[in-house]
Design a protein around this ligand. Structure first.
Ligand SMILES: [Zn+2]
Length: 280
């Protein structure tokens, strides 16, 4: 599943690539699967997108945010979440639709912005204000203020892994980068957030920042074959049974909060007060 670094790679291609999406205008809209696009109420006239121009391309957590200037309303936001298998890219106008194409926005320069998604979990929303969709998210994981992060962790008595995955606490971290950040911080995924010492919280904040920055630089991780350009080298995710690159111990996989979780039993030790769940 694309997480913050993979979504940031999509933003950079569409915003900074040649050609850039910024400044282009939507001519026509082809909705290949009805469920892909809605407004905040689940009801939308797709013609509202026609004539809209792209003002900016941004991201919050795993959500792409396209700020639009539209004929009927001065300002609207197109929000897209790629979820499991969504891909968003520019193609020539006349390129044939793929089997998994869900949405095509024909542009005024001979290109089309296309959304392909085999699993159909990805969604697009056209809203007056991005906050309608992303308002409940916590701060973006790459813009985390250390003091605020500390306060958020102290506020919850939860295991670290599910807390990092909770998008209302911190936005952008998924299964891969939660495991990688906890490994780099030397913290057990089942450690309890409110019991961390201040130096442990600082370590976790710094690990999240450095892991995500490196992953953005590497254009994400090619874990499931969706982000083929991704060059981020994982340390623990998907490496169960392989030796830890720091200490040589065997990387383990357990379930924490219903999610497969990878960690090194030597580098990430639970404190005596933390109660581990049985491994499965
Ligand atoms: Zn280790």
């Amino acid at each position: 599943m694309p997480e913050l670094p993979e979504v940031e790679s999509v933003v950079r291609v569409l915003r900074d690539g040649v050609p850039t999406l910024v400044g282009l205008r939507i001519v026509t809209v082809n909705v290949a699967w009805d469920g892909v696009l809605s407004d905040a109420n689940g009801d939308l006239d797709v013609a509202e997108l026609e004539g809209c121009g792209f003002i900016s391309v941004a991201r919050h957590g795993k959500y792409l945010i396209f700020h639009l200037e539209c004929p009927r309303k001065p300002s609207r936001d197109l929000i897209i979440h790629l979820r499991m298998t969504g891909r968003l890219f520019l193609v020539p106008h006349n390129e044939a639709l793929a089997r998994h194409t869900r949405l095509v926005l024909m542009l005024n320069n001979g290109l089309a912005l296309r959304f392909d998604d085999p699993r159909k979990f990805g969604r697009a929303w056209l809203v007056d204000d991005a906050a309608t969709i992303i308002g409940r998210l916590g701060p973006d994981a790459l813009k985390l203020d250390p003091a605020e992060f500390c306060a958020r962790l102290a506020r919850h008595r939860r295991q670290l892994k599910p807390l990092l995955l909770d998008q209302s606490c911190v936005a952008g971290i998924g299964n891969i980068y939660a495991d990688e950040s906890l490994f780099r911080a030397g913290l057990h995924p089942q450690a309890i957030s409110s019991e961390l010492a201040s130096d442990e919280i600082r370590r976790l904040h710094s690990a999240i920042t450095s892991v995500l920055e490196e992953a953005v630089e590497a254009q994400g991780a090619n874990i499931d074959g969706v982000f083929k350009a991704g060059r981020f080298a994982v340390s623990v995710y998907g490496r169960q049974g392989a030796p830890c690159r720091v200490c040589g111990s065997e990387i383990r996989k357990i379930r924490v909060g219903q999610r497969g979780t990878h960690y090194c039993p030597e580098c990430q030790v639970l404190s005596p007060g933390d109660v581990p769940h049985p491994e499965t």
